[in-house]
Design a binder for this molecule. Structure first.
Ligand code: ADP
Length: 494
């Protein structure tokens, strides 16, 4: 049973493919965007921190000078200057503020001196502040940042960026200014992009799936048309053809199938013709036998001459039937494919033997049979099948050559082929019959009229044998002067 149709598979694959492509592109874009926003937040914090450190330097000088002008000295002056600095800090740092920035000032002992709001307080970052104090370098911390992908589904959480900046305080003491930047602008950018990006990704996925489905549906419809047309062609209606106009792969497939149908149709027609011809050929001797049997039954008991004549005729007709069934069996075996032997033998010797046998059969016609004299032509192949071909050709030559004629067989070996030729000085073949002599059951009108005993199967058997050896058989004939059959066989296959 089919678990999932081709259409179902293609739909599943196209959805998966679209999700992978569009999802991949959207995810990469989102990660790049949120990384970029994080970098922007860092840069902004760093810029604010360095300008805050700058304005603080002049504020420290100003507050020290103010404390000195009040006639204070030593620790008192430092304390007063520090207080003055802290009192002025909101105003001082306002000059360095950019976006949502909060500040907290820690003294040399990392004790909190002042904070712009509770958002500036990060008790967990104590170690980072100490490191900034020891190294005298700004230290960065990112607090409460969410996972980079969390912003895909809910609000983005870039967290807050804090720079712990070492600053000089009155009395040359070193403290730490915590600059906290709240990246709400950056988060807004990410949040603003999320919905359009999701809508775009979903639309792109849908469009891709629809496009892929449309193109696949088009191909599948063509295949389905082809299948419907193929279904309508049954074994009895081989003349139907598939629609093969499309100039694409489906059209190519239809054309290939049509060629196959052509071959099947030709084969079926040949088979029908063959059966009809075979039945027709069998009907003649059967009718003869039945006729002579009834003669035997009626007069055979009383008239000895009639009896002998009837028995002879029945014998002749039954031999003819035996020959026909043997020829038909031969053809059947040839159609099923020959298993060829491969042995070394002398072709000239074989020709001489066949010539001698044929000559004895046509002694009464006084035909001169000539062949290759003494020399040998050793080849590798199936001597039995080559003998079959030679017998048929020589028998035909004897049959269709009048009294006193000549039949010559010549052989020739070339580098990769061997040839043999059977020529006679017989009646020849009418030009319109030449192309048909290898057809099954073909006999010339003349042969039929003269009551020649063949069935028109000899040459078609020859052709099938030669074909199965990978060779060719050709005929050249001139009416009134003779006929030549030439067989050419590849050396490696013979
Ligand atoms: P058949 O058994 O009738 O000879 P073949 O297939 O051998 O059948 O030959 C087919 C026909 O070809 C013959 O009926 C005959 O008309 C013609 N033919 C074959 N060989 C010769 C030949 N050597 N000379 C003239 N006609 C020939």
């Amino acid at each position: 049973m089919r678990t999932l149709s081709l259409r179902g598979w293609l739909l599943a694959i196209s959805v998966l493919f679209a999700l992978l492509v569009v999802g991949g592109i959207s995810l990469t874009t989102y990660v790049i965007l949120s990384d970029g926003m994080q970098v922007v937040a860092y840069d902004t914090t760093e810029r604010v921190a360095s300008s805050a450190a700058g304005v603080m330097r002049s504020a420290v000088t100003d507050s020290e000078m103010l404390a000195a002008s009040q006639g204070l000295f030593g620790a008192e002056r430092t304390e007063a200057a520090t207080q003055l600095l802290i009192d002025q800090l909101p105003e001082t740092l306002a000059k360095a503020t950019f976006g949502e920035t909060e500040f907290a000032l820690y003294g040399p002992d990392a004790r909190l001196e002042w904070a712009s709001s509770s958002q500036a307080l990060h008790p967990d970052q104590h170690a980072a502040r100490r490191r900034a104090l020891t190294a005298l370098k700004p230290m960065f911390s990112t607090i409460d940042a969410g996972h980079v992908l969390s912003g895909l589904f809910t609000e983005a959480e870039l967290g807050v960026t804090v720079v712990h900046t070492p600053v000089t305080l009155p009395g040359d003491a070193i403290g730490v200014l915590d600059v906290t930047y709240l990246p709400s602008n950056e988060q807004e950018v990410i949040d603003a992009v999320r919905i359009p990006m999701l809508i775009l990704a979903i639309s792109a996925t849908l469009i891709m799936v629809v496009l892929m489905q449309t193109s696949m549906a088009w191909v599948l419809n063509l295949v389905s048309d082809l299948r419907k047309a193929a279904d309508s062609i049954d074994a009895g209606r081989l003349e139907e053809r598939l629609p093969a106009d499309a100039d694409n792969e489906i059209g190519d497939l239809a054309r290939s199938l049509n060629r196959l149908l052509d071959r099947l149709q030709r084969r079926a027609e040949a088979q029908t013709r063959f059966v009809a011809d075979a039945s027709h050929e069998l009907a003649t001797p059967v009718a003869g036998i039945r006729g002579y049997t009834s003669i035997l039954r009626n007069w055979g008991g009383s008239d000895e001459t009639v009896r002998e004549e009837a028995i002879d005729a029945i014998d002749r007709e039954s031999r003819r039937m035996a020959r026909l069934s043997s020829d038909l069996l031969n053809l059947l075996h040839l159609d099923q494919g020959l298993v060829l032997k491969s042995e070394k033998f002398d072709l000239n010797k074989l020709v001489r033997e066949r010539l001698a046998t044929t000559a004895t059969r046509y002694l009464d016609k006084d035909i001169e049979f000539e062949g290759p004299v003494d020399e040998s032509l050793v080849i590798t192949g199936d001597p039995d099948r080559i003998e079959d071909v030679l017998s048929i050709l020589l028998d035909n030559a004897g049959k269709y050559t009048p009294v006193g004629g000549q039949v010559v067989v010549s052989t020739r070996g070339e580098r990769d082929r061997i040839f043999f030729r059977v020529s006679d000085t017989g009646e020849g073949i009418a030009p319109q019959d030449v192309p048909r002599v290898f057809d099954r059951f073909f006999r010339s009108d003349k042969a039929r009229a003269e009551g020649e005993t063949g069935f028109g199967l000899g040459l078609s058997i020859c052709k099938s044998i030669v074909d199965s050896m990978g060779g060719t058989i050709e005929v050249a004939s001139e009416q009134g002067s003779g006929t030549t059959f030439e067989v050419s066989l590849p050396k490696s296959r013979t």
